[in-house]
Design a binder for this molecule. Sequence first.
Ligand code: NAD
Length: 261
Amino acid sequence: MKGESAVKLSGKIAAVTGGGGGIGRAAAETFAREGAAVLILEKDEKMGRETEEKIAADGGRAEFFALDISDWQKVQDVFGEIGEKYGGIDVLYNNASVFWGTKDAALDVLDVAVFEQIIRINLFGMMYCSKAAIPLLKKRGGGSIINTSSSCGLIGIPNCDAYSASKGATISLTRSMAVEFGPEKIRTNCIAPAAIHTPMIYESDLNKPTFDEQKFLTQGTPIRRWGTAQDIANIALFLASDDASYMNGAVLVADGGITVS
Ligand SMILES: NC(=O)c1ccc[n+]([C@@H]2O[C@H](COP(=O)([O-])OP(=O)(O)OC[C@H]3O[C@@H](n4cnc5c(N)ncnc54)[C@H](O)[C@@H]3O)[C@@H](O)[C@H]2O)c1
């Protein structure tokens, strides 16, 4: 662990949805290394507990809470429990989402029920957690909410219309929340990643027979590599910390230049 003076989240309580895997796990570990007590809100119990144990083994503080973010009642229960145990929180990282590359599709062939399910998890889940967390952030005198969009929220990408709709709405809701809760010292910002090498990427690209990874790495991405979960965790840490104390309503694009190429 770093010395107390070097850490950026000393004394903070940070909740990370989807903290069991991919970007969420990297962020949970990063926040803990930077001094935060990390609450891992994750639907996969095995992965959530693994993150919790890893952080504890490294000398950090973490607690796993089993949570499907698309279940409003459960979200209220878990944040109620967090309020009783911790009194409040300083950071909510709305990271959990699904991509469902085999079910999501172009609107004309997309199953309406699938559209509803993806919106329920990605958009409603983010809204539920934010709604339940805001009173806990207020109790600590303000804090930071970090939402997660995607390149799909910024540009048109085929065959994932439900995911794209959820990620576009995430940007709009980020801006509304920034305006609504800025006066209460709650900053709301959003990260828009693309091509981050996590399990989700296997849903979207790598498993498709048409996907040519070599071509992607030599032509498809200006920075000529996959992004890493740590690349995004570093941005989440910045937004969570006082280094970003004047940032509110921002969308930080982290995609190696894909959306500008
Ligand atoms: N990987 C990428 O290239 C990429 C690109 C753009 C945006 N993103 C976004 O970044 C975020 C993290 O993605 P990732 O690549 O780490 O994905 P991932 O699939 O590797 O990890 C997602 C985590 O969220 C959890 N989760 C899923 N549904 C949940 C639910 N209903 N309740 C609670 N937990 C749930 C999963 O169990 C998993 O631990 C997502 O919002 C994703 O849309 C990722």
